[in-house]
Design a protein around this ligand. Structure first.
Ligand SMILES: *[C@@H]1O[C@H](CO)[C@@H](O)[C@H](O)[C@H]1NC(C)=O
Ligand SMILES: *[C@@H]1O[C@H](CO)[C@@H](O)[C@H](O)[C@H]1NC(C)=O
Ligand SMILES: *[C@@H]1O[C@H](CO)[C@@H](O)[C@H](O)[C@H]1NC(C)=O
Ligand SMILES: *[C@@H]1O[C@H](CO)[C@@H](O)[C@H](O)[C@H]1NC(C)=O
Ligand SMILES: *[C@@H]1O[C@H](CO)[C@@H](O)[C@H](O)[C@H]1NC(C)=O
Ligand SMILES: *[C@@H]1O[C@H](CO)[C@@H](O)[C@H](O)[C@H]1NC(C)=O
Ligand SMILES: *[C@@H]1O[C@H](CO)[C@@H](O)[C@H](O)[C@H]1NC(C)=O
Length: 697
């Protein structure tokens, strides 16, 4: 509603202005004072031709960016320029008619602007023209400014112009490419000066650039009596200077016809230029009515919209921030991808549920920080962690592998082993593969590995009932592997350090890194010899064939290790190597097998139970596989208790493990600390030879 009112009142004002200007524009063909004022040309009745147009806002656009074209805009009616001398002189010469060809005094003021597409270079310019006709179709464009042509002068010899010339044309003896000139019947100016004005205060000349894209005002004043034509120029913000730019003594009565048209002429050449006239007033016999500059139409904005200072600062800043943010995001994504990169192949799909995302493991272990390191084994580092979603405590083992050879079989076995379920086995939860690295995820065992309780002096040792409980647990787990699961699983690396203790101090067999699986009723294949020195059955070294009985051998050594608190092979105070089996045999031959029991037990144990376990250990670690019991038999012995100790016949106990080992060629290993026993154990198992080495020290 308010808008409608505003619109209505705008129309009303327009109408008012229109009628007002109609009042102001007094056209006198009969020698009246033909005076007019145009504050913008919206309501003016100009005669225009060529490129000239009046915009809706009232701006007179003489030229636009059209090459070699003319433009004219004239006040519609001709004005009487020649007056009787009586009028001009205000005298009373009664003779009459004698002064008829005296040019009248007149004055005009207009505001113009030259806007070029190029800074400092513009087309030819424009001119205020007093011509005998408004039809200048015979004139030329370009340097002729649209009001003359190559014929020097006009046919009638009657034309006056004040040129605002922005191109220096030598053929017209132009003084510069920025001058104001008075032209009478010729483009060769009667008088010309560089554009500028004289300051009222100091009288100093101040140059102006006509094509500066700034509006400027021009005054043309003719004194008919003094026969003097003045031209004054100034920037719009400067009031009319007292001293004119040009002051020419000229009798216009020879130049003027009886009736003349006043207006503007302009022409383009090849430079994109707009010539504008913003306002114009004219009057005879006195100064032209002053223009109210505040009412003039505005020039169209030139060039790109000037940006605010705020944008100048904010925009680059925002852009920079955006770019930075995008870069950071890209960097982050790439970093994350690389950091959490995994290796995943099609054949792994079937193992899907057992596959862990590296990201989860990374989070679970706080990025594999050292404070989460549980231990460093022959296989790699083991870290403790908590899975983000399930809050499940896990142990993650990082195993490096450097070729993809064998990895498929290995993963298949890992997954098979993952399906084993027994309370005395450390549950393998799954795996994850990265480049050159395999991660195995296990249940976390709160109390760590058994060997530290046996061999580390600063750790409280275990009482005999605890040790027996652990032994029974491990035996039960091994029985499950050998006989009670769908396949036969040979662990191949049974030793105290691979027995882990859960929070209830149950012994759990862990680290299936070397485990081999095969179907019940088939024969295990010959493989590379792997395992840990001191736990290796003689026939395993000889034939390379791992079997449940080679596990039983290692279990036997394990029994002795747990009971005696000694490692399978140790160096005594005389720097002599002592094989545990031989040591226990020695005690047995001396009739006091329990004398071999761990001194840290300080004799607090059931003698029969200790004797049973030691004898069972000797039996299991018998050099001849045929003499060893199966795990089921071992379980029976353990469950029946102390009364059922196996009978060790003298022949059984006459061997010396050291001698056998030397026969088998172990000696060099024992003495040297162990070169690689397994030459090529495959990708992951390669690390197992390190186990041998580290244990052989
Ligand atoms: C210039 O003005 C004329 C007349 O108004 C018009 O026909 C022409 O299209 C204009 N040219 C440009 C480039 O604006
Ligand atoms: C404009 O001026 C011409 C010539 O004097 C005249 O014929 C015409 O009627 C005028 N038009 C208006 C709208 O005043
Ligand atoms: C009036 O005109 C005559 C002849 O044209 C001239 O001689 C005379 O000086 C004039 N008088 C005045 C007062 O100008
Ligand atoms: C202007 O004059 C030319 C002859 O010089 C003529 O052909 C043309 O029709 C005139 N135009 C107008 C609008 O009178
Ligand atoms: C034009 O006229 C002037 C004098 O009015 C003369 O000096 C000049 O040579 C003329 N030029 C041509 C091209 O006719
Ligand atoms: C130049 O203009 C005059 C009239 O002003 C005309 O008579 C003459 O033919 C024109 N010459 C050319 C070459 O157009
Ligand atoms: C023209 O300028 C001179 C000063 O240079 C001045 O004396 C004279 O009155 C002016 N004439 C007009 C008509 O403004």
């Amino acid at each position: 509603m308010g808008r409608m009112i505003a619109k209505f009142s705008a129309h009303f004002v327009l109408l008012l202005v229109f009628s007002l200007s109609n009042d102001v524009v007094v056209v006198s063909a009969a020698g009246g004072d033909g005076q007019f004022t145009y504050q913008g040309f919206a309501a003016a009745n100009l005669t225009v031709d060529g490129l000239a147009t009046v915009t809706a806002s009232g701006l007179l656009v003489l030229t636009n960016f059209t090459y070699q074209a003319k433009a004219h805009a004239f006040h519609p009616a001709p004005l009487r320029f020649l007056g009787e001398s009586s009028t001009a002189a205000a005298g009373a010469n009664a003779s009459g008619g004698a002064g008829a060809d005296v040019a009248r005094s007149f004055s005009t003021a207009f505001v113009f602007a030259i806007v070029s597409g190029y800074d400092g270079l513009s087309d030819h310019g424009l001119a205020f023209v007093v011509a005998p006709t408004a039809n200048l179709s015979a004139a030329n464009a370009g340097q002729y400014l649209g009001f003359l042509n190559a014929t020097n002068g006009t046919a009638s010899g009657q034309i006056l112009a004040v040129e605002l010339d922005t191109i220096m044309n030598p053929e017209f003896h132009d003084i510069s490419s920025n001058h104001v000139g008075i032209d009478a019947n010729s483009l060769m100016s009667t008088q010309a000066r560089p554009a500028g004005y004289y300051g009222d205060g100091d009288g100093a000349f101040r140059e102006l650039r006509l094509n500066s894209r700034q509006p400027m005002q021009v005054w043309v004043d003719y004194d008919g009596q003094a026969k003097q034509l003045n031209v004054t120029l100034s920037p719009v913000q400067v009031p009319k200077p007292k001293k004119p730019l040009l002051s020419q003594a000229i009798d216009l009565s020879t130049v003027m016809a009886e009736e003349m048209y006043v207006g503007f002429s302009s022409a383009t050449g090849v430079v994109n230029t707009h010539h504008y006239v913003l306002g114009w007033s004219f009057g005879f016999d006195g100064p032209a009515p002053p223009l109210d500059l505040s009412k003039l139409p505005r020039l169209p904005r030139f060039g790109p919209k000037p940006r605010s200072k705020v944008l100048d600062i904010v925009l680059p800043l925002a852009t920079a921030l955006l770019v930075a943010a995008v870069l950071a995001a890209v960097f982050f994504v790439v970093w994350r991808r690389r950091r959490f990169a995994e290796v995943r192949e099609d054949w792994e799909d079937e193992f899907g549920p057992h596959r862990f995302a590296y990201k989860d493991l990374f989070r679970a272990t706080d990025g594999f920080k050292d404070r989460n390191l549980l231990g460093v084994g022959g296989f790699g580092r083991v870290y403790r962690g908590v899975l983000p979603e399930s809050n499940l405590e896990i142990a993650v083992k990082r195993v490096s592998h450097d070729s993809r050879q064998g990895i498929r079989e290995f993963v298949a076995e890992v997954v098979s082993i993952g399906r084993l379920r027994h309370r005395n086995l450390v549950q393998l939860l799954g795996y994850c593969r990265r480049k050159n690295e395999l991660l195995l995820v296990y249940d976390y065992m709160a109390n760590g590995s058994l060997d530290k309780y046996l061999h580390e002096r600063n750790v409280t040792t275990l009482f005999w009932p605890e040790r027996l409980w652990i032994i029974k647990g491990v035996a039960s787990g091994l029985l499950y592997l050998h006989e009670d699961w769908e396949q036969v699983v040979i662990h191949r690396d049974i030793k105290a350090s691979n027995v882990l203790l859960d929070s209830a101090m149950n012994g759990r067999l862990g680290d299936f890194g070397l485990a081999r699986l095969y179907d019940h009723g088939t024969d295990p294949k010959t493989t590379h010899v792997v395992g840990t020195m001191g736990y290796l059955a003689p026939e395993l070294v000889r034939t390379g064939k791992a079997s449940p009985l080679t596990d039983v051998f290692a279990f036997g050594v394990f029994l002795l290790e747990v009971t005696c608190g000694r490692r399978p092979i140790e160096t005594d105070e005389h720097d002599k190597r002592v094989v545990l089996v031989d040591l226990v045999l020695e005690h047995h031959r001396n009739g006091s097998i329990v004398g071999a029991a761990d001194p840290r037990l300080t004799g607090k144990f059931d003698v029969e139970e200790v004797a049973l376990v030691l004898k069972l250990g000797l039996l299991c670690s018998h050099p001849l596989p045929g003499a060893r019991p199966s795990m089921r038999n071992v379980m029976q012995y353990l469950e029946r208790g102390g009364k059922s100790a196996p009978d060790l016949s003298p022949s059984y106990v006459s061997y010396s493990m050291m001698a056998i080992m030397q026969n088998e060629g172990f000696d060099s290993f024992i003495m040297s600390g162990g070169p690689r026993l397994a030459t090529s154990i495959g990708t992951v198992s390669g690390a197992s030879s390190m186990t041998i080495m580290s244990e052989g020290r």
